[in-house]
Ligand binder design. Structure first.
Ligand code: MSP
Length: 507
């Protein structure tokens, strides 16, 4: 079995989870579930990033010790996972011993190899971004951009990691592996960034300025820079579990691609002699009225409330249907309702209801076998013959939104097939030919429904399981076989009804 190790970014434990965090988990879960269906041995990691200035400051503001603060916030992030039906195998916290131990080993190893050195630093420091600034970071008028918050001039001794030494190697690596970052246009941005000379990375913070961090193993007066600490989580979580590393993909937002993941992390691994991951998937941002959603924007409407109101499946469906992985998307409750009503309730829900209802009315609740293929059936079979393989290929290429669009088009075509066959009319006729057509149409709509559901199960796992259950169907272990038009449902007893996507306000 092919090993497929996938990770999300680990979330800062300094505020509550919001839509951006939820989306990343859902997207990664959809990929993980899809790969499991394809037969891979998946290991899925997520977690929380708990050290650094921001967390220390938030804990102080609340008047609690940082560890207690992190326990609470990390608990909130962890609680979101089952709510969204996320199938992570592990959850790492950077305050755990298993993580701190590996960070220290890595630092010591790099120090011993001469990849980390001590030097005097004079310059400007942004507390908000926890980074040193350069003149090129200034606005044209000489002021510092808003994102850096308060900027102070400092002079101090620190430890530096030799990034510059690996710049040519990284450029060559990315040039040779042109699909390393998905989408590809983001890889171009990394190479653009690498056109300017890299500065070595300051990986220490003096303890008098920041206490909440992992002490450097070779100098107890300093703690580790939070990014250097956090990135190691992907490795520390699995280092004792053979066969998992290297990662297949790190799923992250576009804001933390350059430099942390595409530059720091790649060079950290290369310098330490650790195998590189297969790639990085950089998704876009969810916006609300054009601006990035975050804790601080304080938008009154919280999209996560939709999970309570409409269920995890509908929420997952919307996020994956609406977002083209890599690009930004605007989140509006209106658009959520449009998709919910038109695609889920009226289209898919309608197909489920018709199938159950008509099988109950006209066939005593037992699905008959199809008895012939005429033009309407042939059209639907042909559409499926294209839809199935195309959707698999799109999912393999992370084009989940297009795969859903195709699947929903197939559901629409199935509903149109039902209109054409009008089983309610055939049911009134006692002609043997009409009765045979009735049986064929019932078998055809049920099989088409089963197939559509097979393509949606990584996105809407609960709805898929419920539909399969009312069709009396237990999906097989090899999912690819599930995608062949067949006769699996013949003779199955179906349920009379299933309310899948209730109208808002009703239940
Ligand atoms: N702690 C760092 C990541 C360390 S990974 C070794 C961090 N944390 S975060 O909480 O700020 O963000 C976590 C993830 O959520 C990031 O991948 C980020 O891009 C993503 N999102 C945060 N807001 C977002 C949106 N509005 N939309 C989509 N995702 C965004 O960065």
């Amino acid at each position: 079995m092919k090993s497929f190790y996938i990770t999300t970014a680990i979330d800062y434990a300094n505020g509550s989870p919001h839509l951006g965090h939820a989306y990343e988990k859902v997207l990664t879960d959809v990929i993980a579930r899809f790969r499991r269906q394809m037969g891979d041995q998946v290991h899925f990691l997520t977690g929380t990033d708990e050290h650094g200035q921001k967390v220390q400051a938030s804990a102080r503001k609340r008047g609690v010790p940082p560890q207690q603060f992190c326990d609470e916030v990390s608990g909130e992030f962890r609680a979101l996972l089952p709510k969204l039906n996320i199938t992570n195998d592990d959850f790492i916290r950077t305050t755990e011993e298993r993580h701190k131990r590996v960070v220290c080993q890595l630092l010591q190893h790099l120090f011993d190899q001469g990849e980390i050195y001590q030097a005097e630093y004079h310059g400007f420091y942004s507390t908000r971004q926890e980074q040193f600034l350069l003149d090129k970071d200034r606005n044209p008028d000489g002021t510092w951009p808003e994102i850096f918050g308060e900027v102070t001039e400092i002079a101090e001794t620190n430890y530096f990691f030799r990034l510059r030494k690996y710049q040519d190697w990284l450029i060559e690596f990315l040039t040779k592996n042109e699909n390393f970052v998905f989408p590809r246009y983001r890889q171009t941005q990394v190479l653009e960034f690498l056109k300017a000379p890299l500065n070595d990375l300051c990986i220490s913070r003096p303890k008098e300025r920041l206490e909440w961090g992992i002490p450097l193993p070779f100098d107890d007066n300093y703690v580790t820079y939070v990014w250097f600490d956090a990135l190691v989580n992907y490795y520390s979580a699995v280092v004792d579990r053979p066969g998992i590393w290297p990662a297949a993909y790190h799923v992250i937002g576009k804001d933390i691609l350059v430099p942390p993941h595409a530059v720091y992390w790649m060079i950290m691994l290369q310098a330490a002699g650790i195998a590189l991951p297969q790639g990085i998937i950089a998704h876009g941002w969810w916006l609300q009225r054009g601006s990035k959603m975050s804790k601080s924007t304080g938008n009154a409407f919280n999209p996560l409330d939709l999970v309570d109101q409409f269920g995890a499946d509908a929420f997952r469906y919307f996020l994956i249907r609406e977002m083209n992985v890599g690009q930004d998307s605007d989140f509006t409750p209106e658009q959520f309702l449009v998709r919910y009503n038109s695609e889920l309730a009226n289209n898919l829900g309608n197909l489920v209801n018709r199938t159950l209802n008509m099988t109950t009315r006209f066939a005593g609740g037992v699905l008959p076998a199809a008895e012939g293929v005429e033009e309407p059936e042939r059209e639907l079979h042909e559409l499926w013959a294209k839809t199935g393989p195309e959707c698999v290929a799109q999912c393999e290429g992370f084009q989940f939104h297009t795969a859903i669009e195709r699947t929903i088009a197939f559901v629409t075509a199935t509903n149109a097939y039902i209109e054409k066959r009008a089983p309610w009319k055939l049911g009134k006729s006692s002609e043997p030919k009409d009765q045979a057509l009735l049986r064929t149409s019932l078998a055809t709509m049920a099989e088409a429904l089963r197939l559509a559901v097979a393509l949606l199960q990584h996105v809407m796992p609960t709805a898929a399981a419920r539909i399969n259950a009312v069709l009396g169907h237990t999906p097989g272990a090899t999912w690819r076989d599930e995608l062949n038009w067949g006769t699996r449902l013949n003779g199955n007893k179906v349920a009379e009804a299933l309310v899948l996507f209730p109208r808002p306000g009703k239940n």
